[in-house]
Design a protein around this ligand. Structure first.
Ligand SMILES: C[S@@+](CC[C@H](N)C(=O)[O-])C[C@H]1O[C@@H](n2cnc3c(N)ncnc32)[C@H](O)[C@@H]1O
Length: 219
């Protein structure tokens, strides 16, 4: 099934979306990995930064709050999370463009080569393998030459404990699609799609498995 026909909601089932922020804070060491992504991004005034699969908007809002001079765009196919994101941005008094759309179309939605940086967090582990590829390829087309690509997501699960803990996520988000990430497949896929300087910059252990930060550049 392609992403145009289907997406997995933030917590696996639509009726749980309202609880996403509270659950994530409890089970993922959220502040730690969001900070890791933000510090690696180093947003600058005047930059266009796009958050692919932005969900309830927490990362985009954190970036805009740290760097009010950057232009932020958040894209997600799910109108329910975008409604939450809009409310949070209003409360935080930050302006972000929220667009409903699939990750595989972000370049056409925003403009090919338009972005200085493209980020995504906790999206790819939920997607089937062809969709992971479609999203990463579209992120690469969206970035200008040299643009930073940053992915924070469940990645290679090192050791028995992380693999066991990650099973909670796998049970919610699907075994096959999550196994690719757990075996450390993302960096190879990023390279195969033409991204350069692909590295796993850091990873942190969480109560639901380890979350990695992958960095790359558009060639
Ligand atoms: C676990 S949530 C992560 C949300 C957010 N990035 C964060 O850090 O909290 C995964 C998000 O990916 C979105 N999503 C699922 N399939 C997608 C696709 N094909 N393209 C873009 N976003 C997608 C879901 O709607 C959901 O909001």
């Amino acid at each position: 099934m392609t992403e145009q026909a289907h997406y997995v909601p933030a917590l696996g089932r639509p009726e749980l979306t309202g609880a996403y922020d509270a659950v994530l804070a409890l089970v993922s060491r959220e502040r730690r990995w969001r900070r890791m992504l933000l510090d690696a991004l180093q947003p600058r005034d005047g930059e266009l930064i796009v958050d692919v699969g932005c969900g309830t908007g927490s990362q985009a809002i954190a970036i805009k709050t740290r760097c009010p001079g950057a232009r932020l765009v958040g894209i997600d196919p799910d109108p329910a999370v975008l409604a939450i994101a809009r409310g949070k941005a209003k409360s935080a008094a930050v302006e972000i463009d929220w667009i409903q759309g699939f990750g595989g179309a972000v370049d056409t939605l925003v403009g090919p080569g338009a972005a200085d940086a493209v980020i995504s967090s906790l999206v790819l582990h939920q997607c089937d393998l062809p969709v992971k590829g479609e999203i990463l390829a579209a992120m690469a087309r969206l970035g200008r030459p040299g643009a930073r690509i940053l992915i924070a997501d469940y990645g290679l699960q090192r050791g028995m404990l992380m693999r066991l803990l990650f099973r909670m996520v796998q049970a919610v988000d699907g075994w096959e699609r999550t196994a690719f990430n757990a075996k450390g497949g993302l960096p190879g896929l990023m390279r195969a799609l033409g991204l350069g300087e692909v590295v796993e910059r850091e990873w942190i252990a969480t109560p639901t498995g380890s979350i990695s930060l992958y960095a790359a550049r558009v060639g």
